[in-house]
Design a protein around this ligand. Structure first.
Ligand code: ADP
Length: 319
């Protein structure tokens, strides 16, 4: 293999730059030419392709976001659009593509592979919602950002005996919420994997107050309920000031922490290794500290992320 392309797609995540850097430097160490595709599949279709050298990835290891840019491009679901995209790659002579993104981006990579174009997927998403890997690139950094925010809310909540509802990202995966609840000492955890029982939550908060708790921090994943309306209902019932805080896009930003930098560096380099070994339609993961790769189809269909019941139980014990 002589020419490899790399792109970032879907929601950005801290550490994506480290993954691109690792792809570039690993390629160059094997005398493979490497090309950056700007703005995800949209840029691929538009032919926004540039050759990268060592210098192109200087000083990106500590930068959040993705210097290649990212985009949502639903048009990529159409085969005719993908054919045009493959033409753009062929024009430059790029033989294989590394796609860094979430499961939507994996779908795009899979579709290209099915059309005979070799692709490898790397899990770049803060949500940790991809099967076949213990951790996704960006999860740990995002988790730290959330815990930092929860710590601040805790200070002011306990000063005012306030109830704080903190909405966190994760799409339909409760990992960020669950891990943040344990690290931030939240009293109540509401995740999409478990049915939400509002009555039980209110009773627990009242019980906590009887026990002498000065604050109540409720960690909840996005898309479960309207947290502002929930705060109003809790305030009416408990007669305590209740505020909802939606952490929002703050969670996405920031310099990647060491864990994500190392994870992304390993995954980026591993992706080039398996392309050189002739593999295609694979996705990279980390399992018990080791690099692994799986069939993208299996990852998107049969493989399920196990819910961390052990951590859920732990958060209950530490309540
Ligand atoms: P993420 O990769 O973070 O899950 P999205 O779900 O928005 O983010 O997917 C990113 C991009 O991947 C989409 O904008 C689209 O270009 C491409 N994509 C998503 N689903 C498909 C699909 N079924 N077929 C082809 N391309 C897809």
């Amino acid at each position: 293999i002589k020419k490899i392309g790399v792109l970032t797609s879907g929601g950005d995540a801290p550490g994506m730059n480290c993954a691109v850097r690792a792809v570039v430097r690993t390629c160059l160490s094997h005398d493979i030419e490497v090309f950056g595709i700007y703005d995800g599949f949209a840029g691929l279709h538009a032919g926004k392709i540039e050759q990268l050298d060592r210098h192109s990835v200087s000083d990106v290891i500590n930068r959040g976001g993705t210097f290649l840019g990212s985009a949502r491009f639903p048009e990529f679901k159409e085969e005719s659009i993908r054919k045009e995209a493959i033409k753009q790659l062929e024009k430059v002579g790029i033989e294989a593509l590394i796609v860094i993104g979430g499961d939507g981006s994996y779908m795009g990579a899979l579709k290209l592979s099915e059309m005979g174009y070799p692709c490898i997927g790397l899990p770049g998403t803060i949500d940790n919602d991809i099967a076949g890997t213990d951790f996704t690139i960006g999860f740990m950094t995002c988790l730290n950002t959330i815990v930092d925010a929860v710590d601040r809310l805790r200070d002011t909540s306990s000063s005012h005996n306030r109830i704080s509802i903190v909405e966190m990202m994760g799409r339909y995966c409760g990992d960020l919420t669950l891990w943040a609840a344990i690290a931030g000492g939240s009293e109540y955890v509401i995740v999409p994997e478990k049915e939400f029982d509002e009555e039980k939550l209110i009773k627990q908060i009242q019980l906590g107050e009887e026990k002498g708790k000065k604050h109540a921090i409720v960690a909840i994943t996005e898309h479960i309920t309207d947290v502002n309306a929930l705060a109003k209902r809790i305030q009416e019932r408990t007669k305590r000031e209740t505020r909802a805080t939606i952490l929002g896009h703050i969670q996405r930003g920031g310099s990647p922490m060491a864990f994500d930098r190392i994870l992304a560096s390993r995954m980026g380099s591993y992706a080039v290794d398996i392309l050189m070994a002739g593999k295609s339609a694979r996705c990279v993961g980390i399992k018990s500290g080791e690099m692994v790769d799986h069939d993208i189809v299996e990852c998107l269909t049969e493989m399920k992320r196990p819910f961390r019941q052990d951590l859920y139980n732990l958060s209950d014990v530490l309540y």
